[in-house]
Design a protein. Structure first.
Lengths: 166, 254
């Protein structure tokens, strides 16, 4: 028998804040808002996570990393996937956005204001993460992962990735 | 939940899940064959979103049915007559314009339905819809812009995408069909009546076609049957390819 773990919620959140997203390793799964809650159920820790995209292939790796990080501290855990409220890039803190920008990925704009039918409507151009210019254009709506698009800066002539606002 | 509602909900989830599984598989056939690199990536990403949504919906369907079938069993071990997708999504890819038109017609309807389904009284279904609505918005925007580019492009692209629209049109009526299964679930606040999207779908499509200098098709004869398991010959060929590995190696894991 294992007793209820003698670890606080804050300590668990701190451990999880060291788990990097496999596709965007500059951010943790906590900073991305993927980890929603931590609860104790008997001798087990239940970690609620929410997927970024329905088909995001990184979710399995994230689940494995979360369970593995807690196991490295002698903690038994299981993952519970929750869908509501749906993940939004609006949960990303200013500090996390700044980390993304320094990493070379333009952070997402506001997602919550967009209309249901997005026909012919595009938000403000993303600022270039390298030179800050707004003279940028979308080269591809889709990118290397489900969460990013490809942009080009006409000021410094650099291609860059943009974290889609959803 | 009573037995009849459980049965209705299983059927409804198969409809939603199969639409996305079959369309996702179709769109994934473009991988490595896109006309330009950006669209190859776009189509693969759209396919990934659709298969991801199908995975969630069919997993929930399996739980609701409660006979030990998971999403893989439902995807890989049913025959054509067991599938509940609309005929539109099983039509072959054709050229790039055919694929974009099919995607736009489907996604615009899906977006309008999902937006209401977020408020379903079934919590798990509402959660999946809230996730899918964001992805679908992006598909609608992307495909809508392409229809305008192709329609208002060269004479050849205009004529070809107009023919794509004319060919796909006979499969659009089925998107709005509402039968007694839908009606019973709508009455309980679980499902969304597919026909309520009609007015908004017509208006949005009209807006895009005007920008694209395309004409709304006048064909009124509509094909249907997919919701009852009556499919075109194309579905069998698709399933043969999609299911071969799972059926050749039953229970295989990696």
């Amino acid at each position: 028998m294992v007793a209820r773990p003698t670890v606080s919620r804050d300590e668990i959140w701190a451990i999880l804040d060291d788990v990097r997203d496999p596709e965007v390793p500059v951010l943790s799964v906590v900073e991305l808002g993927i980890v929603r809650a931590v609860e104790f159920e008997g001798d087990e820790i239940v970690v609620d996570i929410t997927p970024t995209y329905s088909g995001c292939p990184a979710m399995h790796e994230i689940e494995r990393s979360v369970v593995g990080a807690l196991a490295a501290h002698g903690l038994t855990s299981r993952i519970r996937t929750v869908f509501s409220p749906a993940w939004t890039t609006d949960w990303m803190s200013d500090a996390a956005r700044e980390k993304l920008r320094r990493y070379g990925i333009a952070p997402p704009g506001q997602a919550s204001e967009t209309a249901l039918i997005p026909l012919m409507r595009r938000g403000a151009a993303a600022a270039c993460p390298f030179c800050g210019s707004r003279e940028t254009e979308t080269r591809s709506d889709f990118g290397s992962t489900a969460c990013k698009s490809l942009q080009f800066c006409n000021a410094c002539h650099q291609p860059f990735e943009h974290f889609k606002a959803i | 939940m009573d037995d009849r509602t459980r049965g209705d909900l299983f059927e409804y989830l198969l409809r939603l899940g199969d639409d996305r599984l079959i369309l996702g598989h179709r769109v994934s056939e473009w991988c490595g064959h896109g006309p330009i690199l950006e669209e190859d990536i776009a189509l693969a990403n759209i396919a990934l979103d659709l298969v991801g949504q199908a995975n969630l919906l069919l997993q929930l369907a399996g739980e609701v049915e409660d006979r030990g079938r998971d999403q893989d069993a439902l995807a890989y071990l049913r025959d054509s007559v067991g599938f509940r997708n609309v005929l539109l999504v099983e039509t072959p890819n054709g050229d790039f314009g055919d694929t974009i038109v099919r995607q736009f017609l489907f996604s615009l309807h899906a977006l309008l339905v999902l937006d209401q389904l977020q408020r379903s009284t079934h919590e798990a279904l509402a959660g999946i819809a809230a996730k899918a609505v964001k992805e679908t918005r992006y598909h609608v925007r992307h495909c809508g812009e392409w229809i305008v580019k192709l329609g208002d492009g060269t004479e050849e692209s205009h004529d070809r995408v107009q023919r794509s629209l004319d060919r796909a049109w006979r499969y659009t009526g089925e998107l709005f069909e509402c039968d007694e299964i839908d009606a019973r679930l709508v009455a309980q606040g679980i499902a969304v009546d597919p026909s309520v999207a009609r007015e908004s779908w017509d208006a949005q499509l009209c807006e895009v076609l005007a920008l694209a200098t395309l004409s709304a098709p006048t064909e009124t004869h509509m094909q249907s049957g997919g919701r009852r398991g009556r499919h075109t010959e194309h579905l069998g060929h698709l399933l043969a390819e999609m299911q071969i590995v799972a059926r050749s190696h039953p229970g295989a894991q990696w």
